[in-house]
Ligand binder design. Structure first.
Ligand code: 3PY
Ligand code: MG
Length: 253
């Protein structure tokens, strides 16, 4: 599967972020030059039907698909892999126990407790027989734990030490809420910058990768130079609005 290979090659992947529950729009984003498309069931409006159909549209456009599950929905993490998503992003992983439960849902024994049934995944990833999928899945499908509170930062080393966790994903908006003790949302706070550098370095030191959400797409190269390997370039809603504004500005002269 593509995503794990590209991360092993140390590529920098820009992901689209889909909250509008349209599989067709996901297919359009997948064909627009992004390296991957992430479907968001935490804050996005996707239900299972739109998310699972989006996995087909994204894959048919030749792009890897990731799913962000709602908080604690590890049952959906396993299903996401069964329908062909290559990665699952779990929000609000604050403790080693949170991370271990997520990893267990994502990995087949002996590493974890994932149950067998990758029906649609085998349709999408035709390079695999059932036997080769079973042998490869723990290495090729990615469990990504979101680090977005001070509690999670304190547990980061232990979360990174879990075999079934492949990478960590910084959510700077939630982190800024926790950082400020609930004073407000300020994802681009200067005083979080060194912590962002440290998270990427710790992930690499543990042989894992780091990802981050760029509310401001102009910060993407800065995040890449810190060592982040997956960068979410704002949301589909922001993307559509920016495109509409650019076209209208052009049309109105
Ligand atoms: C955050 O910044 O909190 C996120 O979850 C990004 O999606
Ligand atoms: Mg968040």
């Amino acid at each position: 599967m593509k995503l794990a290979r590209r991360l092993r090659d140390d590529d920098i992947l820009m992901t689209a972020w889909s909250g509008i529950p349209s599989p067709e729009l996901c297919g359009i984003l997948a064909g627009s030059g992004y390296d991957m498309v992430t479907v968001d069931m935490q804050h996005g409006a996707h239900a299972e039907a739109s998310a699972f159909t989006a996995a087909l549209q994204i894959s048919h456009a030749g792009c890897p698909a990731a799913l962000r599950i709602p908080v604690g929905r590890n049952d959906l993490a396993s299903r996401a892999l069964d329908v062909g998503f290559e990665a699952v992003i779990a929000p609000m992983i604050n403790t080693v126990a949170d991370a271990q439960a997520f990893a267990d849902a994502m990995k087949y024994p002996p590493m974890g407790e994932r149950s067998w049934g990758p029906g649609q995944a085998l349709q999408l990833h035709k390079e695999h027989t059932p036997a080769s999928y079973f042998a490869a899945a723990n290495g090729e499908t990615l469990a990504i734990a979101m680090i977005e509170t001070r509690t999670a930062l304190a547990a980061l080393d232990d979360i990174l030490a879990i075999g079934g966790i492949d990478g960590v994903f910084v959510g700077p908006s939630d982190l800024s809420i926790s950082w400020s003790g609930g004073e407000g949302v300020e994802p681009d706070r200067d005083d979080m910058r060194q912590t962002l550098v440290d998270v990427a370095a710790k992930a690499r030191g543990a042989g894992k990768f780091a990802a981050i959400f760029a509310v401001n797409p102009a910060r993407s190269q800065e995040f890449a130079s810190m060592g982040y390997r997956i960068i979410a370039v704002n949301t589909d809603t922001a993307t559509v609005k920016a495109g509409a504004k650019a076209f209208l500005d052009m049309a109105r002269g």
